[in-house]
Design a protein around this ligand. Structure first.
Ligand SMILES: [Zn+2]
Ligand SMILES: [Zn+2]
Length: 327
């Protein structure tokens, strides 16, 4: 039911006049230059995440320019380019916020989920949660940094100093993580959907030492694996692929159920964990890293009117890199 409601929200949105929002005291009004399409948008549109704002404008990988400043905004000027990520607001008071874990804040608000996002010409955003984008990126190529990059980076940190790193699902996030991992001297093993030769070629081009289907066995045991595909069955598969003491990191916000698996697959101090959201500190660290490496993003642009087509291509796996909407 919910899915139906949300789909009907996306459809009119992409061809209609949505009123320009007014920035609140701590907010900036941003003219959207580009907004990438994330798998989370699909989960939102499909009604797989609880309690979205309705009606809703999706999109949380936004790059744009400031047109108006709320009276309490510090540190930005009209005309500045900003990036607007998934984390849109946190309370700043709870024990998570005060211990450097604002990503876990129970009252957190999320762009394109519980506040309106970037599948639009304008968006209002809390300036305290906006990032500066390195000058070396153009608007379109910077967009995937804002979620695929950030969440990928947080997932990679959870993998510790793993030398042999498996990536399950080689889309927008993995194509960025692979570049960081290579830069750090790790070996990347890419697992794609079985038979997806295109994605496997893409992974090898980005420096993977091995690429194959998720039904295949890597030539070596892994020290860690990150799962970006929303498929629960990959969790026990990845546990079997990691060596003793290895970790499996689930990088997505939603996954189908994880099937039952024997305890021996977890035994020998293997671990499984999830990654939720981002902190502003992740964002600052990651933007600096992206500039320094430098991370290159692969994008396919679509006019904003074709938001539904872009979502459809992501759903069917017919994208290399990230889809980006341009108003
Ligand atoms: Zn909080
Ligand atoms: Zn995202």
């Amino acid at each position: 039911m919910q899915a139906m409601v949300l789909k009907s929200v996306v459809e009119p949105l992409v061809r209609s006049e949505v009123p320009v929002p007014h920035p609140g005291a701590s907010e900036v009004l941003v003219r959207v230059a580009a907004c990438a399409v994330c798998r989370t948008d699909l989960h939102v549109v499909d009604g797989e995440l609880p309690n979205p704002k309705l009606p809703l404008i999706p999109g949380h990988e936004i790059v744009g320019h400031i047109e108006e400043l709320g009276e309490g905004v510090d540190g930005f000027r009209i005309g500045d380019r900003v990036g607007i990520p998934w984390l849109g607001w946190t309370c700043g008071e709870c024990n998570f916020c005060r211990s450097g874990r604002e990503n876990l804040c129970r009252r957190a608000r999320f762009t394109g989920y519980t506040i309106d996002g970037g599948y639009a010409e304008h968006v209002a955003a809390d300036a305290r949660f906006c990032f500066r984008i390195p000058d070396s990126y153009d608007d379109v190529s910077a967009t995937p940094l804002l979620c695929a990059g950030l969440i990928g980076y947080r997932s990679l940190r959870k993998a510790g100093d793993a030398k042999r790193l498996g990536l399950y699902g080689f889309g927008a996030a993995a194509h960025i993580v692979a570049q960081i991992a290579r830069h750090q001297g790790r070996d990347v093993f890419a697992f794609t959907r079985p038979g997806d030769a295109e994605a496997q070629k893409f992974a090898v081009r980005l420096g993977a030492v091995w690429a194959g289907g998720s039904d295949e066995t890597a030539p070596e045991k892994l020290d860690a694996a990150i799962i970006f595909a929303p498929i629960g069955a990959l969790a026990p598969a990845a546990l079997r692929a990691v060596d003793r003491g290895g970790i499996v990191v689930c990088g997505g916000i939603h996954m189908s159920d994880i099937p039952q698996f024997p305890y021996r697959d977890l035994w020998q101090e293997r671990k499984i964990c999830s990654v939720a959201n981002l902190t502003r500190r992740d964002g600052e660290e990651f933007m600096e890293l992206a500039r320094r490496i430098p991370i290159r993003t692969e994008t396919q642009t679509f006019p904003l009117e074709q938001a539904n087509e872009a979502l459809g291509k992501l759903r069917s796996g017919n994208l290399t890199g990230a889809a980006v909407l341009v108003p």
